[in-house]
Design a protein. Structure first.
Length: 416
């Protein structure tokens, strides 16, 4: 029995790693195809820089969606929530704060230049208040939806489907079918600004050091709990591989154009925090246990309702961050803000190895999935492919990813 258990765990470990290698290989093939199809334009530093910026909004949502799906739930409202928060942020800046703040704080109407941004003290105050309100709105939406699902017992599919319609209506109500402008330069800078080349190199060094520290810390934690650990050379090889990816991104892509984009840096910080929470905290372990076997987790004394509630609150928080970045990225509040983002988000998670059956998925995989989705969208746009073909290709990729997930789960079930 012991040898059989070891064999199963080893097979599962190999299967997970093969799947991650397959994702990386698929990404390489996609980049190679578009490089040839666009005569090298796709691989230029400027285009790749734009590609990574484009993936950030879906990536913020995918980070939260991994936890949602891992617990055996789904959130169909994230696209509409992002659009709703973006519309609120734009309306606050273009209408409310621009009208009332100068009257309330006349001493702050002077101009100021910070990090090359030409703005006013009132503009900085407007951006600060907008960010706080947008995040609070996201959290409030997460609280309402999370409480409805966890404590009222309404299925997540129904609650979030209703939320998708409600918040899409909210977008239409706030924008009145028009583009809401202008947006303060300081808010635009959050999504369109860059770090200097030197700043990028410093960040790269910090990230590489953090990668090695995290991997070595995880080894120590697993060893202290009596878990199986990889040979040291394997973990160091993994750390080295990701370090090379960081260097490639910073030296070739980012510094090859204008530097690291602010939203990419923000995404990296959020991803590291949530990766730690999902893999190194009690809450994260409960999420995976909940998705794996809800009844057994409940009988173990875990407050499953509270965990589901917190997962949706975090999803709301990340939707708020995505909404702020979207507002700065398009420098406006638009009627189509966040449209179909929920589909791309779920696709990124599934492509990244998150099982729709629950209990399995990694944030790092979802980020790779987001990069694959963004690469497809960017490459097809550079090729000037008709929009209907773009929808067809993304739909086929999603179906293929779900089929792989279903086939993998069927095989695991047969083995059990």
């Amino acid at each position: 029995m012991f040898l059989k258990d070891i064999s199963k765990r080893s097979a599962r470990y190999i299967s997970v790693n093969i799947r991650y290698l397959a994702m990386i290989f698929a990404l390489i093939l996609i980049w190679a195809f578009f490089a040839v199809a666009t005569q090298g334009i796709f691989l230029k530093a400027q285009n790749l820089s734009n590609l990574f910026r484009q993936m950030t909004i879906i990536s913020f949502l995918a980070i939260g969606m991994v936890l949602v799906i891992v617990t055996g739930n789904i959130d169909l409202s994230v696209g509409s929530v992002v659009g709703f928060i973006s519309a609120i942020a734009a309306y606050l800046q273009a209408v409310t704060f621009s009208k009332y703040l100068p009257k309330m704080f006349p001493m702050l109407v002077g101009h100021v230049s910070i990090l090359g941004i030409e703005t006013t003290y009132v503009g900085l105050l407007s951006t600060g208040l907008t960010i706080v309100i947008a995040l609070l709105v996201g959290i409030l939406i997460g609280v309402i939806q999370g409480a409805s699902i966890a404590y009222l017992g309404i299925p997540a599919f129904v609650v979030t489907l209703g939320g998708m319609l409600i918040f899409r209506g909210g977008v239409l109500g706030i924008t009145q079918g028009k583009t809401v402008v202008p947006i303060e330069n300081s808010l635009v800078y959050i999504a369109q600004g860059y770090l200097s080349n030197l700043g990028g190199i410093i960040v790269a060094c910090i990230v590489i050091i953090a990668i090695f520290i995290i991997i070595l810390w995880n080894r120590k934690q697993k060893k202290s709990y009596g878990f199986d650990i990889n040979p040291i050379y394997k973990d160091l090889s993994i750390a080295g591989f990701f370090s090379l990816l960081v260097l490639f991104y910073v030296l070739y892509i980012a510094n090859g154009y204008r530097g690291i984009q602010n939203p990419v840096l923000l995404l990296a910080i959020v991803a590291i925090i949530f990766s730690y929470v999902s893999t190194n905290t009690r809450f994260g372990r409960y999420c995976y246990a909940l998705g794996g076997n809800k009844e057994a987790t409940k009988l173990s004394g875990v407050n499953i309702r509270w965990n589901i509630f917190i997962v949706f609150v975090l999803m709301g928080l990340l939707s708020g961050i995505a909404g702020i970045v979207l507002t700065g990225y398009v420098a406006a509040g638009t009627i189509g803000g966040g449209l179909n983002y929920e589909l791309s988000t779920i696709a990124a998670c599934v492509i990244g190895g998150t099982s729709l059956m629950g209990g399995e998925g990694r944030i790092s995989g979802a980020l790779v999935g987001s990069l694959i989705i963004a690469s497809l969208e960017n490459g097809m746009s550079v090729m000037n492919m008709d929009i209907f073909w773009q929808y067809i290709v993304k739909g086929l990729v999603l179906i293929l990813a779900v089929y792989i997930d279903v086939a993998s789960n069927r095989k695991s079930w047969i083995e059990k």
